[in-house]
Design a protein around this ligand. Structure first.
Ligand SMILES: Cc1cc2nc3c(=O)[nH]c(=O)nc-3n(C[C@H](O)[C@H](O)[C@H](O)COP(=O)(O)OP(=O)(O)OC[C@H]3O[C@@H](n4cnc5c(N)ncnc54)[C@H](O)[C@@H]3O)c2cc1C
Ligand SMILES: NC(=O)c1ccc[n+]([C@@H]2O[C@H](COP(=O)([O-])OP(=O)(O)OC[C@H]3O[C@@H](n4cnc5c(N)ncnc54)[C@H](O)[C@@H]3O)[C@@H](O)[C@H]2O)c1
Length: 563
């Protein structure tokens, strides 16, 4: 595998935190939706802002106290209350929450603020997907005609598309940097490592102490043995996001999140795609019924073919007029299966934690396949199975759930703990989404996982489903292809998992994930009211379709209001 750090540090990029994207010229009015603190932009709070979810009064007092008082740690024997190594989304989320809580906080970054998500992940990929969605729509004559619209031709300028992605990354990275600076987080530049308990080194020879330390060093692309990446014809997502070319024919190794999202981008821009997937079916991580539907809509009608149950055992970049050569072997028998010649190959076979050089040996911590072992409170576990005092690891580096919002939520959870409130993050309530067209989203267990759990624990499982075909808003958009599926316990109304495939599925999942996080039962949430006509009614119908034996336990707001 390549040197992880040189790979990570060779990129110039941008970021986003646990909150949705927003631009630096966002107005005070819409800032409440973008998650960055208003103070970061120098706005004085307006009347409109008083109703925003940031609780203007109390937060502003806390924040200004923290920003003004970040010069003195609460415990005088340390330089800082909290030092975070890595300014990706996880580190950023933790830092912002820490200053809100009045902690003197520093964040150490060896490359650019924002880490993977902002510079080489979520942000630029969603910019490319925004383009692919529009291209797909404009190219679909039947779809356009059904609205009564006529489009003569759809085309694109590759550099213009690439610029959209890199400009967005820059904008979000600047927002992130500004938000931390404005709140008084000390941004320290250089490679960080742990020297010993509560002691960190960064850069050449700067040593600082902190009451608590969070490791948030993230991950880099994982490239299996035998695959030679040249960055031009054999690439990882780091390269693909720059969109330096749009190959006529590209093989995508791995049909997980990255593979699927890039297949959406490449096919919209005119490439033919061949998937190479080690497991026996495409998209093996999703609920099988959703994978099947996704295959019918996202794979079969597009210029995509696939080989499943095979490994790409050797990939050689194009050279001297020869194409990219891919040798396939049977995933089980390891017998040679096939050889492919393509214009390019994207390696999307997962991510490896970036934990090299962190000085973990100084505190007797051994990584497991590179991941830092932690307990449910993100406390680092040492080689003897004991907790290392005052040391935490969040985000991709601990491998619990490699998602931007999970990294940030773990950081916030740690800050809650170090400021005196015990907190355990419920990982099963964290949603995930794949931003294809249409999107896929999920929270909780898949159907097979739920059935396995039910078998072990001795409860019954039921399934409710609703179709986008019955939803007015989806039909108005000519986007009736979609399904929502809920796996639940009929005895007590507990939601075990929700999976959605369809228009804006990524936005629709939160009603279910919040219900799981808060322990809301179906018999209660099914009485809540949804605006008509909206896509949210797909989820409303899902709750209403469930057959729960227990009665509702609370009085919903709409009923209270009439009493
Ligand atoms: C193509 C792609 C698309 C993605 N899309 C999504 C998406 O849509 N939604 C989603 O939720 N997730 C997405 N992800 C996953 C998401 O990017 C990661 O889960 C997230 O970035 C992890 O955050 P982190 O803070 O743990 O690590 P990172 O974002 O990797 O940040 C770690 C930071 O630490 C720095 N660092 C590392 N070691 C040191 C050191 N020793 N000293 C100082 N600094 C150091 C690095 O330079 C980096 O800035 C995507 C990933 C990829 C690759
Ligand atoms: N929208 C999002 O939230 C989003 C988008 C992109 C990435 N991510 C995150 O980034 C991480 C990495 O994504 P990813 O798609 O690379 O990983 P993934 O784990 O989602 O999928 C990797 C796929 O590659 C297959 N595979 C592994 N080795 C192989 C080999 N040698 N030959 C053929 N197939 C092989 C696996 O079976 C799997 O299907 C994920 O953990 C994901 O959470 C999230």
């Amino acid at each position: 595998m390549q040197s992880a750090f040189s790979l990570s540090f060779s990129q110039s990029s941008l970021t986003l935190p646990n909150r949705p994207l927003c631009s630096s010229n966002a107005s005070p009015r819409n800032l409440r939706f973008c998650g960055l603190r208003r103070e970061a932009f120098g706005f004085s709070p307006s009347k409109q802002l008083n109703s925003c979810r940031f609780q203007v009064k109390s937060r502003r007092i806390e924040v200004s106290a923290a920003a003004g008082g970040n010069g003195a740690p609460s415990n005088k024997s340390f330089d800082y209350d909290l030092v975070i190594i890595g300014a990706g989304v996880g580190g950023h989320g933790a830092a912002l929450h820490a200053v809100e809580k009045g902690l003197k906080t520093a964040i150490i970054e060896g490359d650019v603020v924002g880490g993977t998500c902002v510079n080489r992940g979520c942000v630029p990929s969603k910019a490319l997907l925004a383009v692919s969605g529009r291209m797909r729509e404009l190219q679909n004559e039947h779809h356009m005609k059904s609205f009564g619209l006529q489009v003569s031709a759809a085309g694109y300028d590759r550099q213009g598309v690439a610029d959209h992605a890199s400009n967005l990354a820059t904008k979000i990275r600047n927002n992130l940097t500004n938000s931390m600076k404005a709140l008084g987080v000390d941004l320290l530049t250089g490679f960080g490592s742990v020297l010993g308990p509560q002691k960190v080194k960064y850069g050449k020879d700067n040593i600082i102490t902190a009451k608590d330390i969070i490791i948030a060093t993230g991950s880099v692309p994982f490239v299996p043995k035998g695959i030679e990446v040249d960055g031009k014809t054999v690439i990882t997502s780091d390269h693909a996001l720059k969109l330096e070319s749009v190959p006529d024919w590209i093989a995508i190794v791995g049909s997980g999140y990255i593979g699927l999202e890039f297949s959406d981008v490449y096919t919209a821009l005119g490439s033919e795609v061949t998937f190479i997937e080690a497991l026996d079916q495409l998209m093996p991580g999703f609920d099988p019924e959703i994978s099947k539907l996704a295959q019918r809509v996202l794979i079969n009608p597009r210029k995509i073919d696939y080989h499943t149950g095979v490994f790409a055992s050797k990939i050689t970049p194009a050279k001297d007029g020869r194409p990219v050569m891919i040798e396939l072997i049977d995933a089980k028998t390891k017998e040679p299966k096939d050889t492919l010649e393509v214009d390019a190959a994207l390696i999307a076979t997962g991510r490896a934690p970036f934990t090299n050089g962190l000085g973990l040996e100084n505190i007797n911590v051994a990584t497991q396949r590179g991941f830092i072992p932690v307990d449910e409170r993100m406390r680092v576990i040492d080689g003897n199975g004991k907790l290392v005092p005052n040391l935490y690891c969040i985000g991709d580096a601990n491998g619990k759930l490699m998602l931007a919002h999970a990294a940030s939520a773990q950081g916030i959870s740690v800050v809650e703990q170090v400021t005196g409130r015990d907190h355990v993050l419920k990982h099963l309530s964290i949603p995930a989404a794949c931003f294809t067209h249409p999107e896929i989203s999920m929270v909780g267990l898949t159907e097979p996982q739920a059935r396995e759990k039910a078998e072990k624990e001795g409860f019954k499982v039921s399934i409710a489903k609703t179709s986008f075909k019955a939803n007015t808003k989806a039909l108005a958009e000519n986007e009736g292809e979609g399904l929502a599926k809920m796996i639940y316990r009929p005895d007590n109304g507990e939601i075990l998992g929700v999976h959605i495939f369809g228009l804006h599925a990524a936005d629709l999942i939160h009603e279910a994930s919040n219900a799981i996080a808060l322990g809301t039962r179906i018999q209660d949430i099914k009485l809540a009211v949804h605006a008509h006509p909206t896509l949210s009614e797909v989820v409303d119908e899902l709750f209403k379709a469930a057959k729960v034996e227990s009665p509702a336990s609370t009085t919903p707001q709409s009923v209270k209001a009439t009493v």
